[in-house]
Design a protein around this ligand. Sequence first.
Ligand SMILES: *Cc1c(COP(=O)(O)O)cnc(C)c1O
Length: 440
Amino acid sequence: MGAIGDNGWVRSEELFARAQKVTPGGVNSPVRAFNAVGGTPRFIASARGPWLTDVDGNEYVDLICSWGPMLLGHAHPAVVEAVQQAAARGSSYGTPTEGEVALVEELVARTPVERARLVTSGTEATMSAIRLARGFTGRDIVIKFAGCYHGHVDALLASAGSGLTTLAIPGTPGVPASSTELTLVLPYNDRDAVTAAFAEYAGRVACLITEAAPGNMGVVPPAPGFNKFLAETCRANGALFVSDEVMTGFRVSRSGQWGTDGATEGWTPDLMTFGKVMGGGFPAAAFGGRADVMHQLAPEGPVYQAGTLAGNPVATAAGLATLQNATDDVYAHIASVADTLRDGVAEALTAAGVAHVIQSTGSMFSVFLTDRPVTDFEGAQRTDVPAYAAFFHSMLDQGVHLPPSAFETWFVSASHDDRAVQAVLDALPAAAEAAAEVQQ
Ligand SMILES: *Cc1c(COP(=O)(O)O)cnc(C)c1O
């Protein structure tokens, strides 16, 4: 093996030390700091297709894919060309452009949203959707599920530890109790908890927001019919159903999770949020939904929302090029790559005697080192974190970059070819042995 060169990761260590002097934790988003697995994050100098190259010249097969966006792989020629051309025309005008219209038309064509507005991050999308839901319904309470992540919106950073129908306490200092005291946090996949919450707060719930298929506590698929149940319960109670597809949108299928189970089960969200893939690696995200709800947004209606860089021409060019190249072949390819990797991981862990459960939604999957299926956040927390850290570092040393946390989704791209897949498969047995040595 010996994927790591003679210099190890000396330059990454130097850069990390420099970064820590000027940026909290040395990173601009916490999970990148490797706190959950220990060690030094690799500073990436460039990437192409499925490969990352760090500043010491080490190459890694990328199974993070920027946490989802890089559906086509890194530096896809069509995306690079679209971005170069857009940038050469000027990068932001603060006036409308054709690219914005075309990108929203794609969203409207592929998903149930009738109107959508572009923003710059998933956080902004969910924040705006909730404001709109509250403005539309004239109600205040928001229901979310423990373990679902909707960006770092104050009202949605609520503790998972509060009781069934107790209004939530903040999950982080800096969020005032007044921001989360109108947020209810319920256990995922628990219909009774949803029914009880709507009964207890009858007439007060503005919306229920859920990941269409959670991927932020590891992959925890909705039980069959769960999203439909949520949609129907919201409707019966005059609340809006907000389906957060920032991660799943255009990743699990051409139209996201709604396209896989919404179309067959017959549920339609009132509002949806998108991000990640739709920006093609640039800051573009969106929220959208029913025309009568979206009509409440300024300037048509009274609910204010705005953004200097919203619909940025370079980001919309990247997003459009990505969606236009996300053909059925792309989804078939990533599904088959994910299958191969899942089988390989299961085989290696079984051979090493490491208890594991691999769960997936389309090509998104994650590996829980536990012996029981995971249906909610509590279950996810039974995963063996030290064993995952050992597994992660063995893979990294052998040139495979997994997500540096046991609670994250693994992502593949259209560019993951046989060579990249084989490199992962070759690394698995030693990583499984490393996990076996420390498993609890
Ligand atoms: C990533 C993510 C967000 C937040 O998006 P950012 O662009 O990081 O702000 C929101 N919801 C879900 C489901 C996500 O996966």
